[in-house]
Write a new protein. Sequence first.
Length: 340
Amino acid sequence: MPLDTGSVRHLHLVADAEPEEGFASFDQPSVDEGVDIGAALRAARTFRGLTTQDVADATRIRQSYIDALEDLRLEELPSRPFTIGYVRAYATLLGLDGEAAVLRFKNDVPDEGGELRAPVGVRHERDPRLALILIAGMLMVGAILLWNVAQRAMDKDAPATQVAANAAAPPAALAPVGSAVSLGAPLPAPVESTTPEPYKTPGLDDAAANGGSADAANAASKARATALAAGEGEIDAAHVAALGSSFKPRGVVHGAAAADSSGVILLARKAATLVVRGADGSVYFARQLNAGEAFRAPRTAGLTADVSDPSNFDVYAGGVLTGRLTASTTALSKLVKSAA
């Protein structure tokens, strides 16, 4: 049965023979067609039914570059090396000879030695780490310079250390062997003194000079003698020597006013707690005293002082130092009697 070939004018049997070599290239436009390489690339793209967007997606070249390349708008293209790469990639995508396309581009657009231009749209970004390293280096150099200036200023302000020059004593002249040695006049015999220096009661002169009465000074002397007689273990010599000195406030004085005082003042040597209770156990005063703060006892009868550390409180009676607290709980009336 004969086959109806219709309007088919050319029938190619695959099984009978191999396809004609170069058939596709015979129908497709070559790189030599058109007025320039741009027109040849456009003709090849149109022959394959592709759009400039399709070419841009396949070659990763900007669509604006594809359009400018087909029209040879060189001012819209990047530098010559980049454009040559675009021509080669574009021609290869269309099945053309990339090197032949580049050669025609060089013939159509001779090299005029233009400067290199980066592709349009490329962001020029600097490494932020370089700026950080530069700033850190400047800060370090500035710190070193400031430190050197400060050291020089301190050395300039410091008084010069005076070093006493040790005068070298001339060596004693040695007498020649066999010569006579001359002796000087004999020194007078030392005078022995059997009269002792007069004894001065420690603190008595200070009390008199600071306005203390003679009775207060005598009371301080009596308290000093009692402390020395009853002292056990190591005795604070500085405290014993200060007995009889007048009260000088070094901080806030709590408690009663001077006119309503019983004459007893407790001065905190170090930070300590003081609680003053009445005869019925009610709290009259309670506070954490800092060093230098004091409590002036009123004339209220039956008051008792409870302290955290008795050795931290000096007792002043009649305006002079009479000793320190010896117990954690002390009746203030006893301190008044001890000063009398």
